[in-house]
Design a protein around this ligand. Structure first.
Ligand code: E4P
Length: 250
């Protein structure tokens, strides 16, 4: 499963990239507004930083406005995926943009019937918002299962991008179901890494290491080790082959 960061904050995006953790980014108008920067330069900076798909949402209710804005987004950078809402106008815009080979992420999906229509309109991604469903006492993960079944039944190529992810269990469950992508805020990405036993284990190892005499620590790389001699390490197989060749006089 691919992991996307749901953020328009360049510091968060750079940090997550440095872990090798993320394959792309999703944004929305609320996330972009938080950054207080000119929209297009910010979007371009995000694309340059990520080197993968970056979703940005159109800000119109009518399909003509969505299509016009979507075309402008797609000209800004080849990595842009245009987000259209799951409304009748959004489906119309999706169909038009898809016919122009512009990739569309159909967003604000809350039901399996909506997801079916997104796929039929030619969506590249569909974004079911599971956290917001959980918030109103509806099982968001059940929606992911239903969409997965429907898309498999009919061979739709639309990818399921699990959105509105609130905690690590959402991510793990989405991966077990076989969702294509999960997008999450930076706090959830950090929570995926964190384990108290890892922290306790590392503290113990480093404390024990402190007990070793300084002279013993300084000499812990053997003098004949490739790291010390500057030679490249060779595998046992390569060593055996070299010995056989030497014996055969080659
Ligand atoms: C996805 O593309 C959305 O930006 C996002 O997942 C919404 O999440 P929220 O419900 O936490 O705002």
């Amino acid at each position: 499963m691919k992991i996307f960061l749901d953020s328009a904050n360049l510091d968060e995006i750079r940090e997550a990239m440095s872990w090798g953790a993320i394959d792309g980014v999703t944004t929305n108008p609320s996330l972009v507004a938080k950054e207080h920067r000119n929209f297009f330069p910010l979007l371009r900076d995000i694309c340059e930083t990520v080197g993968g798909p970056v979703s940005m949402e159109t800000t119109h209710r009518d399909s003509v406005g969505m299509v016009t804005e979507g075309r402008a987004f797609s000209k800004l950078h080849p990595q842009i995926i245009v987000k259209c809402p799951l409304t009748q106008e959004g489906l119309k815009a999706t169909r038009q943009l898809a016919s122009e080979h512009i990739r569309v992420n159909v967003t604000l999906c809350f039901s399996a019937s909506q997801a079916l229509l997104a796929a039929k309109a030619g969506a590249y991604y569909v974004s079911p918002f599971i956290g917001r469903l959980d918030d109103i006492s509806t099982d968001g993960m059940e929606l992911i299962r239903a969409i997965k079944t429907i898309y498999a039944n009919y061979g739709f190529s639309t990818q399921i991008l699990v959105a509105s992810v609130r905690h690590p269990i959402h991510v793990v469950e989405a991966a077990k179901i076989g969702a294509d992508i999960a997008t999450m805020p930076f706090t959830v990405l950090q929570a995926l890494v964190k384990h108290p036993l890892t922290d306790i284990g590392l503290d113990r190892f480093l404390k024990d290491w402190e007990q070793l005499a300084p002279a013993a620590k300084a000499a812990h790389v053997p003098t004949d080790h490739p790291q010390a001699t500057g030679q490249r390490p060779i595998s046992a197989g390569a060593r055996a082959l070299a010995a056989r060749e030497k014996k055969a006089g080659r």
